[in-house]
Ligand binder design. Structure first.
Ligand code: S3P
Length: 162
């Protein structure tokens, strides 16, 4: 089977869903943000503080290419992966893309913001969503609503893959 990738807003559940999904399918799991932190030996917040967003996006694009070479893998991406078209062209070629959709008000109430540099101001979540939701819809192969439990979202993905 092709690799699987998860895209969507910060806090939509990509990492948790990806981890559970990979176990259920007997696949490997890579969280792109964690991969970047290990590669850069630095927290993402720190990369943003020291070098800015463009620099982060460059590392993100290179790291994506690294991880796309592994087989039998579920990849959870950072929310901004859609901001560069070339990322999405590679993802589309090498993975089945699932867009994880979650209500923004639920995200605001449930998610940690201190380790997400673009969300220091919670209202920025709505602004980012305005810019990105069309892109998530455009590039995904399937959209999944994460409005119940993680296991429910994982089951929706598995049903589609069957
Ligand atoms: C970002 C989302 C983060 C991380 C970085 C930038 C974004 O990942 O890649 O802070 O631009 O939305 P999550 O979506 O896992 O929070």
């Amino acid at each position: 089977m092709k690799n699987i990738s998860l895209i969507g807003m910060p806090g939509s559940g990509k990492t948790t869903i990806g981890r559970v999904l990979s176990k259920k399918l007997g696949m490997k799991f890579i969280d792109l943000d964690r991969y970047i932190e290990e590669k850069a030996q630095m927290k993402i917040t720190r990369i943003f503080e020291m070098y800015g967003e463009d620099y982060f996006r460059n590392i993100e694009s290179h790291s994506l290419l690294d991880v796309l070479d592994t087989e039998n893998t579920v990849i959870s991406t950072g929310g901004g992966i859609v901001t560069r078209e070339e990322n999405m062209i590679f993802l589309k070629k090498k993975t089945i893309i699932f867009y994880i959709k979650r209500d923004l008000d639920i995200i605001i109430n449930n998610v940690r913001f201190d380790n997400r540099p673009l969300l220091k101001d919670k209202n920025n979540l709505y602004k980012l969503f305005e810019k990105r939701s069309m892109l998530y819809e455009k590039y995904c192969d399937y959209a999944i609503v994460n409005d119940a439990s993680i296991y429910d979202a994982v089951d929706k993905i598995i049903k589609i893959l069957q």
